[in-house]
Design a protein around this ligand. Structure first.
Ligand code: NIG
Ligand code: FE
Length: 429
């Protein structure tokens, strides 16, 4: 067989195979399909062989590019299923206020928080939004992410939300990382609707959702973006969240929902009832709602950078989700308010300590299961044959060092669809 790329002799190859039911659910999480002296061959952007170096090598004829991964770990490219990368400005002043004792919700109630970023972002034209996002995405790629979800949500009026969607789609077409767009018009009630939140909910349902669907078609997207809602006491209540998500579902949007970040409102149950693709945050989810995740396809996405970034001590009760048989995934939540972090390896390091995931579980939750949180679990997040040829070569001799070490970047090379897009083999920071 002729191939475009052959990576061979890896100290450890982590295939992260899908389980018979797809994602690695419950206690099955962490199956890496680990192979020492492993190899992967890629043709036309797709994995055509993976396994022991001698077996894979024996099948190959012409090889365009060969990489010797001796002493290194090879793993699927990381998948980040929850980010808010489209923003202007920063919230360093709020960070200082929080360090001095103000809470995130107090700052939000006083008109800061998400609204502060909306004020900075709303008027920006598409090109400026793209320019603001690009270096963030470059850093995510340098830390091993090859597929990244990005939410709108700092526009909160129809035109600004559409510009943010267009910026995500534009950058996707320019950048090696594959971007998955999400419409999050229901991120906060904008100040101009403070006296009448209901009018904003109706605007989202009646004007924004159809406009986003039209825009997605005009931009040539093969499928509608996800629709997400921030279901939280100071944002959208359970009834408003339900109405927005039901309207979105009726238009054909796949669903996501931010739930139980600060207070439990029943949003996790709503996610499982509506067949949302994922429910995200899940810090204070009640046990009876956690149990539901064992019975449905909704992926439970934990965002450990968010409590860490806020200096909080409560994290997703991940062991209870695994006991329930849930499909658990991890993401950065990269945003300027709670968690400006562009590194999935750092998320894995936090998840091992505060969610008590083993390094293998953290890796599978940041690859295969994260791809399932984007409905991409049949094509990304694994190095099984037929999956996308997206992989990372880590300058580590043992995959467990990925979660064990933190604060430096372990990624040496990133390969997207069979092409080397990052090579840091000379630069180490
Ligand atoms: O996921 N919770 C809502 N959205 C973000 C925070 C966004 C912001 O503060 O700007 C989150 O934590
Ligand atoms: Fe978020």
């Amino acid at each position: 067989m002729d191939v475009d790329l052959w990576v061979h002799s890896a100290a450890q190859l982590c295939i992260v195979p899908p389980s018979p039911e797809g994602p690695q659910r419950g206690r099955r999480l962490g199956e890496l399909g680990l192979i020492s002296d492993g190899a992967v061959a890629i043709k036309d952007g797709i994995v055509v062989a993976s396994g022991p170096t001698d077996e894979v090598g024996g099948q190959l004829d012409a090889i365009a590019v060969e990489i010797d991964a001796r002493g290194k770990v090879v793993a699927p490219g990381f998948v980040d299923p929850h980010t808010h990368l489209v923003w202007m400005g920063d919230r360093a002043a709020e960070f200082e206020q929080r360090v001095a004792g103000a809470t995130y919700l107090e700052i939000m109630a006083a008109g800061g928080g998400i609204m502060a970023t909306v004020r900075a972002t709303r008027a920006a034209p598409v090109a400026e939004l793209v320019d603001a996002m690009r270096p963030r995405l470059d850093r995510m790629l340098a830390h091993g992410a090859t597929t990244v979800e990005v939410k709108t949500g700092y526009g909160l009026d129809t035109e600004a939300e559409l510009r943010q969607l267009e910026a995500i789609v534009t950058l996707d077409r320019q950048h090696p990382v594959a971007l998955v767009p999400t419409f999050l018009g229901a991120h906060a009630i904008p100040v101009e609707f403070r006296e009448c939140p209901e009018a904003y909910v109706m605007l989202v349902i009646e004007e924004m959702l159809p406009a986003v669907a039209d825009k997605a078609r005009a931009l040539g997207l093969a499928r509608l973006p996800f629709c997400d809602v921030f279901c939280e006491a100071s944002a959208f209540d359970l009834d408003q969240s339900r109405r927005i998500l039901e309207a979105a579902r009726a238009l054909g949007f796949p669903l996501k929902i931010h739930v139980d970040e600060f207070e439990p409102l029943g949003g996790a149950r709503l996610a499982t009832e509506l067949g949302a693709v994922s429910a995200d945050h899940l810090v204070c989810t009640p046990p009876e709602e956690i149990a539901r995740f064992g019975e449905v396809d909704t992926v439970a996405v934990s965002l450990p950078c968010t409590p860490f970034g806020l200096g909080h001590h409560a994290y997703t009760p991940a062991q209870a989700f695994l006991d329930a048989g849930a499909a658990l995934a991890l993401a950065t939540d990269c945003n300027p308010g709670t968690a400006w972090n562009e590194s999935l390896p750092f998320v894995m390091a936090l998840a091992s300590r505060y969610l008590r995931l083993t390094p293998a579980q953290a890796l599978a939750a940041s690859t295969l299961n994260a791809a399932y949180a984007l409905e991409l679990g049949d094509r990304a997040g694994s190095l099984a044959v037929g999956y996308a040829g997206d992989l990372v070569i880590l300058d580590l001799p043992d995959y467990r060092q990925l979660a064990y070490r933190f604060g430096t970047n372990p990624v040496e090379k990133v390969i997207k669809a069979g092409k080397v897009v990052v090579d840091r083999s000379v630069a180490h920071d």
